[in-house]
Design a protein around this ligand. Structure first.
Ligand code: PMV
Length: 357
C-alpha cells in the first residue's frame, strides 16, 4: 500500500516557564535546564493536509492562519523542515497545507511559537505513523509508535522548531534540559516532571495580563544569542540548575511562599539578562512594573499567595493557587486589568498537554 493523501489535526497548548530557558547552543540545545506549567486554554489548533507529489527536490507547503494565506510564516517553517528532514525523510515527497488557528487572539503578545511548533510537530508525527502503517517507510515497525516514543519524538522535533515548544506536548509540569536533580532529564526533549507534586499546585491558576500586544522589539532568537559572551552567563546557567533543584523541594512540600520567591526571581533574572547584554534591551513596559508593584502590595497586605512571572515580553502572568482564586481574581479585575491594553486579559490554568482531534 501507499499513502496518497490524508489529513490530521492536533490541538497543542502554550506553556509558561517557572525556571527559564535563556541561551542556547547549536541545534537548539539549551544552555540550562528549564521547567514549565503547561497551559490549558491558550492553544493552537493545526490541521495538516498532505498529498503525494512527483518531484522530490524541494519542500512544498502553504500556510494559512484563520483561513488567510500567510506567506510571512513560510521562512520559519522552511527552516524547521530543513532541520527535521533527517528525522522525517518523507518531507520532500509530500505537498503540505498547514491550516492553523489560535484560541488566544493573535498579536496578543502571547508567543504562539510554543503551541504552534508543537502542534505542527505532532501532526508530522501522525503522518509518519500513517506512512509506517502502510509500509511506505520501509524497515520501520508499527510497534515503534507507542505513546512514549511518539511524544518524545514530537517533543524532540518541536524543540527544533522553537526550543520552548518541546515543553508543550504533555503536562502538567515539564522539564527540559539535563540536570542532576531530575532523573531522566535531557537536552533533547521535554519530560514529564517525575516526582510527586503537592496538592497546592493542583489546578494552579495563570491569569495573563496583556500589557502590550505589539510585536516585541527583540526576538527571542536574538536574545538567546546575546547570552554568548554575556558577562553573567555562566553564573546564570549554574543558578538555573540550583533553582530547579530547590523547586523540586518546594513542589514536594507545597511551600507557596518559597515558590513565589523562586518564580519571581527567575522572571526578573531573565529580564536582567536582557538588561545586561550587549546590545542591551528592555522588554518590560511601565505597566509591567506598575502591576508587579501592585501584586507585591496586595500580597503584603493580605498574605495571599499571588506571584508573577514574565516571558520574553511585557505581559504579566499572575500565578496563584486555585483555593485563593476568588479573592485574587477580584483583585486582578479591580486593580490590575486597568494596566492592560484594552483591559484585555486571559484566565488560564495548568493543563495536561496536546490532543489529537
Ligand atoms: O522558545 P523560544 O526560543 O521562543 O524561547 C523562549 C524563552 C522564554 O520564553 C523567555 C523562557 C522559557 O523558558 O520559555
Amino acid at each position: 500500500t501507499n499513502v496518497e493523501k490524508g489529513s490530521v489535526t492536533w490541538e497543542s497548548p502554550s506553556n509558561i516557564a517557572l525556571v527559564k530557558y535563556w541561551g542556547k547552543k547549536k541545534d537548539q540545545i539549551p544552555e540550562n535546564p528549564s521547567i514549565s506549567f503547561t497551559l490549558n486554554h491558550c492553544k493552537t489548533i493545526t490541521t495538516l493536509e498532505f498529498s503525494k507529489k512527483e518531484d522530490h527536490g524541494s519542500f512544498e507547503f502553504e500556510v494559512y492562519l484563520d483561513g488567510d494565506k500567510k506567506d510571512d510564516f513560510k521562512p520559519k517553517i522552511h527552516t524547521f523542515f530543513e532541520r527535521v528532514e533527517v528525522y522525517l525523510p518523507f518531507l520532500k515527497q509530500y505537498r503540505f497545507i498547514i491550516k492553523t488557528e489560535n484560541t488566544f487572539p493573535h498579536s496578543s503578545g502571547i508567543a504562539s511559537s510554543a503551541s504552534g511548533m508543537s502542534a505542527l510537530a505532532l501532526c508530522l508525527m501522525n503522518v509518519e505513523k500513517q506512512l509506517i502503517k502502510s509500509d511506505v517507510i520501509v524497515g520501520a515497525v508499527e510497534e515503534d509508535f507507542d505513546k512514549t516514543y511518539f511524544n518524545r519524538k514530537a517533543s524532540f522535533l518541536a524543540r527544533l522548531g522553537s526550543g520552548s515548544a518541546c515543553r508543550s506536548i504533555e503536562g502538567d509540569l515539564i522539564v527540559w534540559g539535563e540536570t542532576k536533580s531530575i532523573e531522566g532529564s535531557t537536552d533533547l526533549f521535554g519530560i514529564k516532571y517525575p516526582y510527586k507534586v503537592h496538592e497546592n499546585f493542583k489546578e494552579y491558576q495563570d491569569t495573563i495580563l496583556l500589557v502590550d500586544k505589539g510585536e516585541k522589539q527583540v526576538s527571542s532568537t536574538v536574545g538567546h544569542n546575546l547570552m554568548h559572551n554575556h558577562p553573567y552567563a555562566q553564573n546564570r546557567f549554574e543558578q538555573a540548575h540550583q533553582n530547579l533543584e530547590d523547586l523540586k523541594g518546594i513542589l514536594e512540600s507545597g511551600d507557596l511562599k518559597a515558590f513565589n520567591a523562586l518564580v519571581e526571581s527567575e522572571a526578573l533574572t531573565l529580564h536582567a539578562m536582557m538588561l545586561t547584554s550587549m546590545p542591551y534591551f528592555i522588554l518590560m513596559k511601565p505597566n509591567t512594573l506598575e502591576i508587579i508593584n501592585k501584586i507585591w502590595g496586595f500580597r503584603e497586605e493580605t498574605g495571599l499567595h499571588i506571584s508573577f512571572t514574565l516571558d520574553a515580553g511585557a505581559n504579566v502572568h499572575v500565578l496563584y493557587p486555585k483555593s485563593e482564586s476568588q479573592e485574587i481574581l477580584q483583585f486582578i479585575q479591580s486593580e490590575l486589568v486597568a494596566y492592560c491594553q484594552n483591559w484585555h486579559y486571559i484566565c488560564d490554568q495548568i493543563g495536561f498537554g496536546a490532543e489529537l482531534i
